[in-house]
Write a protein of this length. Structure first.
Ligand code: ATP
Length: 198
């Protein structure tokens, strides 16, 4: 069976950049965020179940889940969050497996999972190796301010909700430190991991 890698890291750490470098080396990338988003987009497979469980008012006029309304509903209520996750997680598992199955024979599969560590055992059990992209909060903030135009405080709030660097390191099989503003050292670090795992 081809190697299955879980790729994770905090906001702005450089996951997508690393995924691109791995793709260039022959990996098949499964973007789990895109898949989750598609499930709650107009016509998405989760829409009917969400309407049934939470009420039709959680589906907007365009047929997509009303994200703002749902965020408000689940934000301070773990039971409601669990109810939503009970709908989404099995569908995400199915769709990510379907995309993994579409990999060329023998190609390593890289699951890009921003919240892999936060998800507990759920993702860890599905991959052979965990690759963590790591950098300091200051670098995360600088990148996301530059990329998304957010305020530093908004980035800090997201960082505070995510796993810590230490929590990610604790489950990592390899850590790539991505502090710089240069792609060359990052590409070399990716090569190093790639060669040692294949
Ligand atoms: P998010 O979780 O927020 O989607 P991410 O972890 O996928 O973020 P990227 O989108 O890969 O992070 O990187 C964040 C920003 O920083 C991007 O604009 C990217 O181009 C830039 N960046 C990341 N690493 C480097 C690097 N080594 N050299 C130059 N730019 C970088």
């Amino acid at each position: 069976r081809a190697l299955r890698i879980g790729l994770t890291g905090g906001i702005g750490s450089g996951k997508s950049t690393v995924a691109g470098l791995l793709r260039a080396r022959g990996a098949h990338i499964v973007d789990t965020d895109a898949i989750a988003h598609r499930l709650t987009a107009p016509g998405g497979r989760a829409i009917a179940a969400i309407a049934a469980a939470f009420g039709p008012e959680f589906i907007g006029a365009n047929g997509a889940m009303d994200r703002a309304r749902m965020r408000e509903r689940v934000f301070a209520d773990p039971a409601e969050r669990q109810r939503l996750e009970a709908i989404l997680h099995p569908l995400i598992a199915e769709d990510t497996e379907a995309e993994a199955a579409a990999a060329p024979p023998g190609a390593p599969v890289v699951f890009d999972v921003p919240l892999l560590v936060e998800a507990g055992r759920r993702w860890r059990e599905r991959v052979d190796r965990i690759l963590v992209v790591d950098c300091t909060p200051a670098t995360q903030i600088a990148r996301v301010v530059a990329r998304n135009g957010w305020t530093p405080e908004a980035v800090e709030r997201v960082i505070a909700q995510q796993a810590t660097r230490e929590q990610r390191r604790a489950v990592a099989d390899a850590v790539i430190l991505n502090e710089g503003t240069d792609l060359d050292p990052l590409a070399r670090a990716v090569d190093h991991v790639w060669k040692s795992w294949l």
